[in-house]
Ligand binder design. Structure first.
Ligand SMILES: [Zn+2]
Length: 348
């Protein structure tokens, strides 16, 4: 006999409009496993501990923290919690490898290098550098690495106290190693940021040879088929009754954005990603110009991941002209539309 939903506790985070991250607590009273952990900040950890007490979970019973992906608001709170509670940390294998092999400062340096190649003017890059949280949390990631997290990957099983076994599925895209945790018995999936109810999870491009949006669309397709009708427990916001419906909606959003970028390139052949990003209809007042520096950073990464997807599909070509990447249609717009639709059918 296993209880209903795990407890959902919101940990405060100082990131844009998000406000908080969901931490899920599975407990049988004596032992507790947390999924995700909030941020490397006194207030974030404090709100999490208070929240656990409020639902009747003694923080001292936490023996393990499982983290869905390496983003600062999900992972870095664990550095404080594991030190204080002696808990074990487990992290998505692909993200752990990146964290240990590349490190956050080098990762961000490469991201900025790619943005410069993408035609981002120096003043916009400077603005982004000043506002990026990645630089401020280098210390936090160092503390996480020092804990020696254990890797988790496809097919691993985690026993949740009082709730039975959860299966690990790899759902790359939002980060290269992102995992979700599924209970087929309870028809429930812990999603991290793979599927969110109110916002579109960010998909950036970290290296020009990768195809994170392609990976992400395959992950959405997996969620829509393997967990159809399941309760979705997201990293931000409220539970979703049918996670598959939301996954399909997100797929449609990306198909529309791919089509929008094809349209932009049909009018502006040989554009840089920066020029494309300025013309995309971002859902903020004022579009591109209404975006804060961090928003511009995300929007550029998003544009690049879509351009790269179109390149992999054979819809666009990438040229390097005087140290800048430029993109143009490789097929006529009609064929572009059918290539996009075909790929969507394959993955959906
Ligand atoms: Zn995230």
């Amino acid at each position: 006999m296993f209880g209903g939903m795990p407890f959902r506790v919101e940990a405060w985070i100082p990131i844009g409009d998000l406000g908080s991250v969901n931490v899920y607590a599975f407990t049988d009273g004596a032992s507790t496993v947390l999924v995700d952990s909030g941020m490397f900040s006194g207030k974030s950890v404090y709100t999490l501990l208070k929240g656990l007490r409020r639902v009747g979970v003694d923080p001292r019973s936490v023996e393990r923290i499982v983290v869905t992906h390496y983003h600062v608001d999900h992972l870095t709170g664990a550095a404080i919690l594991c030190e204080a509670l002696g808990a074990e940390l487990m992290l998505a294998r692909g993200d752990l490898e990146l964290l240990l092999r590349v490190g956050v400062e080098e990762y961000f340096r490469r991201a900025l290098e790619l943005l410069a190649l993408a035609g981002t003017p120096r003043e916009v890059l400077e603005e982004i550098k000043r506002y990026s949280p990645a630089v401020r949390v280098a210390e936090a990631y160092g503390a996480v690495a020092e804990l020696g997290p254990k890797p988790l990957g496809e097919g691993d099983i985690i026993e949740m106290p009082g709730h039975g076994d959860y299966l690990v599925l790899e759902t790359p895209g939002h980060t290269p190693g992102h995992i979700v945790l599924v209970s087929h018995g309870k028809r429930e999936v812990l999603l991290g940021d793979t599927v969110l109810p109110d916002i579109t999870p960010h998909v950036s491009l970290h290296s020009i040879d990768s195809d994170p949006l392609g990976n992400y669309m395959s992950s959405l397709s997996r969620i829509a088929t393997e967990t159809a009708g399941y309760l979705g427990l997201p990293g931000h916001g409220n539970p979703m009754k049918d996670v598959a419906a939301r996954a399909r909606q997100l797929t449609r959003h990306h198909v529309e954005r791919l089509e929008e970028i094809v349209y932009i390139l049909s009018r502006l052949a040989g554009a840089t990603a920066f020029e494309v990003a300025q013309r995309v209809g971002w859902s903020v007042a004022g579009g591109w110009r209404g975006l804060p520096p961090l928003g511009k950073y995300l929007a550029l990464g998003e544009t690049l991941s879509h351009l790269r997807r179109l390149e992999v599909l054979g819809v666009v070509e990438r040229l390097e002209v005087e140290g800048k990447l430029r993109w143009r249609l490789a097929v006529n717009p009609l064929d572009a539309a059918s290539l996009i639709k075909e790929s969507f059918r394959e993955s959906g």
